[in-house]
Design a binder for this molecule. Structure first.
Ligand code: NAP
Length: 493
């Protein structure tokens, strides 16, 4: 039977849409974009909790080839990102390729047919010459395995499944978690709930968010003279690149920035919280940068409100009507918000079962060996497969850098296939090993290995203690390599 699609793209977030735009530019129009949710937008469709906003300036957190002059603020609220995703899908004619509610269980490479067989829950299998997974990094919600949680009689909400119809007004709410999500959410919930207890296991570094509305005159300027927005993007991206290269990658050489940021966060905390004991509880004991730092003007101050309590004693169990800490105290609640983040290393790499040549199971192989992918996109033994949310693929501080460098990689690789009239590629063991060795070596100077990160409990680290998400190079290097990687890195036939 003839193969059904040129390519299947799993995921209709910004990553999957970027890949699809590139494939269409290359003439691969027979695409299926499969999305498990009921709409496009990935993270920006799933996350709708109060306070959601980007914390990378919006001029940078967007496709460079599709600037949006209408961002209302320097850091746009989440709903504007969803709207932008809708606009991109329409403009690049992606919707007709998308199927929503399509839960992909797995995919396997058929050696004889030289194609992928993709299994989708409740549907017949589909076949494609190429498979691209764009399933995101933070897409498998982590629900904590706390004893008694299933017996809780009140309302439980995970931040990735916000219930807009649920009124928090007058509730006795608990929030578990103090990551980037909680930092945005806590001030909002504190405004509504009668009583809020925040369960913190690990404090987080928070610095002020220098956010301002973008006046309509500036929006008009961006719209009429796009060069002005490109300049704004270049400035904001340049600052991020400087931070990434110095504070993250060259921590051993330039600790000053991390120490300065930590000092700024402590000073900010002092300016917001008078109570020294509370300040101590809110102060991290790991280096700035080990865990993703966050931005908020109201987070620290919220803990000084009369209706807000910070609980740092470990949770023992959850009862039907409250949370009991290990010292035996029970806090009665009716609403439990899980701001407990995502599971990356057990279930997300990869998010679906992928079986390559000679039956190699990608998830098992990554776990038995090391997490790895050539240039963060391809893996030996997995022909015609690009894994876009991979170890060492996240480049720079804005996700769009990752997406666009991967689009370049796709362009070079598929362009070469076209030139040679070929249709199968597979990265060589040698290229993959060289890349992994180089990334490992580069990490030695980073904050992850040079800094004091033992107590950070950061999801940047996997179960073997490797910081295997971020690509430890400049974004410039990522783009250069995406454009010029040696074609011998792939066997093409
Ligand atoms: P997260 O950073 O992984 O934080 C999860 C929180 O839940 C942590 O404080 C963690 O404590 C706590 N937790 C998990 N299990 C627990 C348990 N059993 N008992 C007690 N506490 C528990 O997740 P997130 O806040 O959702 O953020 C994830 C990422 O999403 C961010 O780092 C960022 O990349 C992205 N994000 C971005 C934005 C933005 O751009 N505006 C906003 C939100 C999120 P420990 O630290 O002790 O494990």
């Amino acid at each position: 039977m003839a193969v059904q699609y040129d390519a299947v793209v799993v995921g209709a977030g910004f990553g999957g849409m970027g890949a699809a735009i590139q494939l269409k530019r290359l003439g691969l129009n027979n695409l299926a974009i499969l999305e498990r949710e009921d709409d496009l937008g990935g993270t920006w469709h799933v996350n709708r909790y109060p306070g959601l906003a980007v914390d990378i300036a919006s001029v940078t957190y967007s496709y460079s080839f599709e600037p949006n002059p209408h961002w209302s603020r320097l850091f746009a609220p989440g709903a504007e990102l969803k709207k932008y995703a809708d606009h991109v899908a329409d403009k690049y004619d992606l919707r007709r390729h998308m199927t929503f509610g399509a839960v992909v269980n797995g995919a396997r490479w058929e050696e004889d047919e030289a194609h992928w067989v993709v299994s989708v829950e409740g549907q017949p299998e589909i076949t494609a010459t190429y498979l691209l997974t764009a399933t995101g990094f933070l897409s498998q919600p982590h629900r904590p395995d706390i004893s008694g949680i299933d017996e809780f009689a009140g309302k439980i909400i995970h931040t990735t499944a916000w219930d807009d119809s649920y009124d928090l007004a007058g509730t006795k709410t608990a929030i578990i978690g103090t990551g980037a999500t909680a930092v945005q959410l806590i001030p909002e919930v504190a405004r509504q709930a009668a009583d809020l207890t925040v369960y913190q296991r690990t404090p987080i570094w928070v610095v002020p968010k220098l956010d301002v509305p973008i006046p309509s005159a500036v929006q008009k300027l961006f719209s009429r003279i796009p060069l002005t927005q490109r300049i704004a993007r270049a400035v904001s991206s340049g600052i991020l690149e400087m931070i990434m290269v110095s504070a993250v990658l060259h921590y051993k050489q330039v600790k000053l920035l991390n120490k300065g940021a930590a000092a700024a966060s402590r000073a900010f905390l002092r300016s917001q919280v008078r109570d020294a004991a509370l300040r101590k509880q809110l102060t991290p004991d790991y280096d700035f940068g080990c865990k993703r730092p966050t931005f908020s003007n109201s987070y620290f101050r919220t803990f000084t409100k009369r209706n807000v309590h910070l609980e740092t004693t470990s949770i023992d169990h959850i009862a039907a009507d409250g949370i009991v800490t290990v010292d035996g105290r029970k806090t009665e609640i009716d609403t439990l918000v899980l701001a407990t983040g995502f599971n990356l290393w057990d279930v997300n790499f990869p998010a679906i079962e992928v079986i390559g040549r000679e039956g190699r199971n990608l998830g098992k192989w990554w776990r038995d060996n090391r997490f790895q992918a050539y240039e963060g996109v391809s893996v030996p033994h997995f022909p015609n497969f690009l894994t876009l949310a991979s170890p060492y693929s996240y480049s720079g501080l804005s996700y769009f850098t990752t997406i666009e460098s991967q689009m370049q990689h796709i362009e070079r690789l598929f362009g070469e296939l076209k030139r040679r009239g070929a249709d199968t590629f597979e990265v060589t063991e040698a290229a993959n090993t060289e890349f992994l060795d180089r990334m490992t070596e580069n990490l030695a100077d980073s904050v992850f290995y040079g800094g004091s990160c033992q107590t950070a409990r950061s999801y940047y680290f996997n179960q073997h203690g490797e910081a295997a998400i971020l690509r430890p190079t400049s974004t410039r290097n990522a783009f250069v390599e995406a454009k010029r990687f040696p074609l011998e890195a792939y066997s093409i036939s």
